[in-house]
Design a protein around this ligand. Structure first.
Ligand code: AMP
Length: 391
């Protein structure tokens, strides 16, 4: 089965074409466009390119298209990407303005360009469907809850991949099997000891998720992608009292407050240097105190959330690092793991220092729990879920 995974940004369109066969998936083509103004034109151009390159002889060969949709109003899971998905994305367009409109638009365009293909949406919130009401709800008036304000969580495809892969790497095939079928069967019974993972997706956008037996029990991201850890230029967690205070004291409008918290906060806001951790690190190393503070605040927040899930899980079997920072930033990993020996997490510092962008076990031989790097592979998760849904 040929499955096209569409990655849609506010001005970009990237795709990967997978040939799916059982659990396996092979990328047969990939491509992308930047500064997109007309989605219809680039989608048709991508299909024409696949044909002229001989990858497909007709667009009809593409049986399915997968969309990593972000935040749907009253809708989550792995579902057919029909009008109900478009309506749910439109319903929360103001909460995820960089993510929802491009996907609603892309689904409409693919329905026209590939009328015979099955369109499937896998929401980034899908992985958190089974978190407890206690962890998902904010202490707000009922009327706020009734308009959909709660903790949803994001990066679901990435943390789902970690749930499956970490179980495989730790020899827990029973848990991996449950994790693979999660969206089809729901959480499954696992015999024997529970398998407890804390997954750190650290990139331009970051979150920490606690996972028991392949199922998320909680996550640092909340109602919008503006929450949890400090992000590249988004604020992360902030006391709600700070917004009215800043508006009144600085004399700024709600729109301006939102813009500053979305575009000028996070690593960029704290460091005043950059939204890229490599630049922030360089500035910190040359004595910039604000850059140092930005790194320390990120590490503090990561450890704060690891601690929360350590308690909720009642221990840990694997701590996992993934995404751009998690896979590459050896010093952030080292700082996160400092002093965790008492919790069974012993980092092999030499192995850590020499490991970038590859799957690896960074723990010492006598560490009770594993410390893993698992490179992110969200597109493969999409392709697999589409395949499982349609098979
Ligand atoms: P992602 O959102 O997963 O693509 O991650 C992007 C972020 O990862 C960038 O903004 C950088 O902060 C970080 N990153 C990417 N490559 C490296 C690297 N080689 N060393 C350290 N950090 C990196």
């Amino acid at each position: 089965m040929l499955v096209l995974v569409a990655n849609l940004g506010s001005t970009s369109f990237k795709y990967r074409l997978f040939r799916m066969d059982g659990q396996g998936g092979e990328v047969v083509a990939k491509g992308g466009y930047e500064r997109v103004e007309d989605y219809a034109a680039v989608i048709d151009d991508a299909l024409a390119t696949l044909q002229s390159d001989g990858v497909i002889s007709s667009p009809d060969e593409i049986e399915a298209v997968g969309f990593k949709t972000v935040l749907g109003k009253d809708l989550s899971g792995c579902v057919n990407a029909d009008q109900s998905v478009i309506d749910s994305l439109d319903g929360f367009a103001a909460v995820a303005p960089a993510h929802n409109p491009p996907y609603a638009n892309g689904i409409r365009q693919f329905a026209k360009s590939l009328p015979k293909a099955r369109l499937v949406a896998l929401f980034e919130t899908a992985f958190y469907q089974w978190t407890s009401p206690a962890s998902a709800n904010y202490a707000i008036p009922r009327s706020w809850r009734e308009i959909g304000i709660r903790r949803y969580g994001f990066h679901g495809a990435s943390h789902k991949f970690v749930a499956e892969r970490s179980a495989e790497l730790c020899g827990r095939e029973d848990v991996a099997a449950v994790a693979r079928r999660l969206y089809q069967n729901g959480p499954g019974e696992v015999e024997g000891a529970p398998f407890r993972v804390v997954s750190c997706h650290l990139g331009g956008s970051s979150s920490v998720t606690g996972i028991r037996n392949g199922v998320a029990i909680g996550t640092s991201m909340g109602f919008s992608p503006q929450s949890g850890l400090p992000q590249n230029n988004r604020v992360g967690d902030l006391d709600s009292g700070a917004i009215p205070y800043a508006m009144r004291t600085l004399g700024i409008s709600l729109d301006e407050a939102e813009r500053q918290l979305t575009k000028e906060s996070g690593l960029l806001g704290l460091s005043g240097v950059s939204n890229d951790i490599r630049d922030v690190r360089e500035a910190a190393d040359s004595g910039n105190a604000d850059a140092r503070l930005a790194l320390d605040a990120l590490v503090h927040s990561i450890r704060h959330w690891i601690g929360a899930f350590l308690i909720e899980l009642g221990g840990i079997d694997a701590l996992v690092f993934t995404a751009g920072i998690g896979e590459n930033s050896t010093d952030i990993r080292a700082a996160v793991c400092e002093g965790l020996e008492g919790f069974g997490l012993k980092l092999d510092t030499a192995k850590n220092a020499s490991t970038r962008a590859v799957e690896a076990d960074l723990s010492t031989a006598d560490s009770a729990a594993r410390i893993l790097v698992i490179p992110a592979n969200e597109e493969l998760v999409l392709a697999r879920e589409v395949y499982r849904k349609l098979s």
